[in-house]
Ligand binder design. Structure first.
Ligand code: TYD
Length: 138
């Protein structure tokens, strides 16, 4: 059964808040629906650049605007949605089988990604027509 764009929810993360600032914690077995196997972050992305343009067979991700803002475009082969991330206490849960693109990175933004698998090129679908075939055949 495939995931659709509306299955990719934006989750509010808790904040430990005091007069010295704020902390948001993400840890395994505590609200995250997968085991974290990898963390990476995108930064120094030029404002006019689009990234992404791929889907994954199995990978799940939590995406957080650790700083600044950017937009994720999600596509399930039938419907598209845009998710604007602009706060470190919001995480977008991208489920398997969803095509994504990213755009509109603000200056200095940091896109933090928690991933359910180590980097595996074989898990990528990088061609949009292959993605549509995959969505229609399975
Ligand atoms: P890619 O996932 O295509 O980037 P984006 O979706 O942000 O546009 O990865 C870009 C390059 O970085 C690609 O050559 C693979 C490499 N890469 C790794 O080596 N390890 C990783 O964990 C990631 C996410 C990418």
């Amino acid at each position: 059964m495939f995931n659709n764009v509306e299955d990719c929810l934006t989750v509010e993360l808790s904040i430990v808040h005091n007069k010295s600032g704020k902390i948001t914690v993400l840890e395994n077995n505590n609200g995250i629906p997968f085991d974290i196997k990898r963390i990476y972050y995108l930064y120094d992305v030029p404002m006019d650049v689009s990234r992404g343009g791929h889907a994954h067979y199995e990978l799940q991700q939590y995406v957080v605007a650790a700083s600044g803002s950017f937009t994720f475009i999600l596509d399930d082969g039938k419907n598209r949605s845009e998710v604007f991330l602009n706060h470190p206490n919001k995480a977008l849960h991208i489920k398997p089988g969803i095509w994504r693109e990213m755009k509109g990175f603000s200056s200095g933004s940091i896109c933090l990604v928690l991933a359910s698998m180590k980097y595996t090129e074989a898990d990528y679908i990088r061609d949009y027509n292959d993605f549509l075939k995959y969505r229609r055949n399975v």
